[in-house]
Design a protein around this ligand. Structure first.
Ligand code: SAJ
Length: 440
């Protein structure tokens, strides 16, 4: 009898395994790079021919991966970018790293995973190790992959192997990367888990095996829902402190001196990014489908989504102290990306604040040293204006949304008439022209 498990174990141990990565975005490309550097024969599969051409030219489109790395692995290692799924016929393992966005009704959009499975099923063969990495609700691996392949007559844990291993990529993080961030992995059977651990531990420092794909799927959502709820909590405390006339920032710093039992989170203009605003909704959706209503998750989403409006009201208050209505005022937003020193605009609260101010009749512009333009909800391209410190006084109000390192707060303070600070970036300045969220 063909023992696929032993064969695959040998191939992985000897680095003869041919590994595919489907989806070459901010998760898949770093994964393909690390696999290539560990001497596997790697095929990067993506439908976007523009990405494939860029990689073939040795160009990276992911901020944390350099052009040199791409040139190096395509030239000296066996990395082949391709848009052809047929290569799966010759692969021993494949990791699926495609997007899992939300639909307009905030339900999980698993269409990308389904599209991959429709291709994978054409080229499926015995002996293949499949690992899903896309963030999704508990049960996806079983429902969309295991059941589909079992219907084709394959037997999981015997003639193919199936795992879920959530991504923990933090774009722009200079301390943690694909190799040194511990990675959870859960297989459908013990043999699946062992093979997944065998492969992933050959290029990632720490693998955390768990008993099933569901535990692995749930752990990812728990991590990020924990974060969303804590951010919502501190945002609510900021609005409460504002009402009570207590400085939330000083209060947090005081509480943070507790050496145990406290974890610091800071208020902000809302939450952006590809994870924190979305992941809790996967959990909420799964809860509802199991007839369970998670009040925590829903309340956290509501509070976080309210923050842009809270900032808008703070700007209105600040302009009022200068006898200026929002209508007709010149306002400059600083930092449109959702967090410092990156160019990612996804779900950025600054976009919502921009629209609120424009709808309120303000003459709004933005500057971001990394995110050079965005398309507004009317389809119009909005371009970042050049930051000329000497002309800052021409604005009735400056709003600091994201404190990129590129901003010089001393100069911003000296040249601005009025600053609404959503990040406590101007905590060194005690001046009435600085109006902070979370402070009355
Ligand atoms: N935010 C706050 N207050 C906080 C922390 C964050 O308002 O105390 C806001 C940020 O401004 C941002 C949003 O929340 O708009 C999300 O910030 P984030 O620091 O969570 O950054 P992300 O979205 O890049 O989250 C990723 C996640 N990583 C993965 O899912 C693999 C998250 O689990 C990490 O904890 C986070 O990076 C990190 O710590 O950098």
């Amino acid at each position: 009898m063909n023992n696929y498990y032993n064969q695959l174990t040998e191939k992985i141990k000897n680095r003869n395994a041919r590994v595919g990565v489907i989806g070459l975005g901010y998760v898949g490309l770093p994964l393909a790079v690390e696999l290539s550097k560990s001497d596997y024969i790697v095929y990067g599969i993506d439908l976007d021919n523009k990405k494939i051409d860029q990689l073939l030219n040795g160009d990276s489109y992911i901020m944390d991966i350099s052009n040199e790395e791409i040139k190096y692995i395509t030239k000296y290692f066996k990395f082949t970018p391709t848009s052809n799924f047929e290569i799966i016929k010759d692969l021993d393992a494949v990791s699926i790293c495609v997007p899992t966005p939300l639909t307009k009704s905030q339900d999980p959009d698993i269409s990308y995973i389904i599209a991959v499975m429709n291709e994978l099923k054409k080229y499926m063969h015995k002996g293949l190790l499949i690992t899903l990495e896309s963030t999704t609700y508990p049960g996806t691996t079983e429902e969309l992959i295991e059941q589909e392949l079992n219907n084709q007559g394959y037997i999981v844990g015997e003639d193919y192997f199936l795992c879920f291993s959530p991504e923990r990529i933090d774009p722009g993080n200079t301390c943690y990367n694909t190799r040194n961030t511990p990675k959870v992995l859960g297989g459908t059977t013990r043999k699946c888990t062992k093979l997944g651990v065998e492969l992933y531990s050959s290029f990632i420092d720490t693998i955390v095996p768990v008993s099933s794909p569901k535990v692995a799927e749930m752990s990812k959502l728990l991590e990020n829902t924990f974060r969303s709820i804590n951010i919502a909590f501190i945002n609510e405390m900021a609005m409460l402190s504002d009402k009570l006339g207590i400085d939330i920032w000083e209060t947090i710093d005081a509480a943070n001196t507790k050496p145990f039992g406290f974890m610091k989170f800071t208020p902000g203009p809302g939450i952006g990014g590809h994870c924190i605003p979305l992941d809790p909704m996967f959990l909420a959706w799964k809860a509802k489908s199991s007839n369970f209503f998670s009040r925590f998750i829903e309340a956290a989403q509501e509070i976080n989504k309210h923050m842009p409006e809270y900032v808008y009201n703070k700007v209105s208050y600040a302009l009022n102290t200068h006898q200026k209505p929002i209508m007709g005022s010149r306002v400059l937003l600083l930092g449109m990306a959702y967090k410092p020193d990156i160019d990612d605009l996804r779900e950025s609260p600054g976009l919502e604040i921009y629209e609120l101010l424009r709808n309120g009749g303000a003459n709004v512009e933005y500057n971001d040293p990394h995110a050079h333009s965005f398309t507004d909800k009317y389809g119009e391209k909005i371009v970042s204006v050049k930051l000329e410190y000497s002309r800052l006084a021409e604005y009735d109000c400056i709003i600091l949304i994201t404190n990129h390192k590129a901003y010089d707060n001393n100069i911003l303070f000296n040249y601005s008439k009025l600053i609404v600070d959503t990040r406590n970036a101007f905590k060194e300045f005690d001046d009435p022209k600085i109006v902070k969220i979370g402070v009355n």
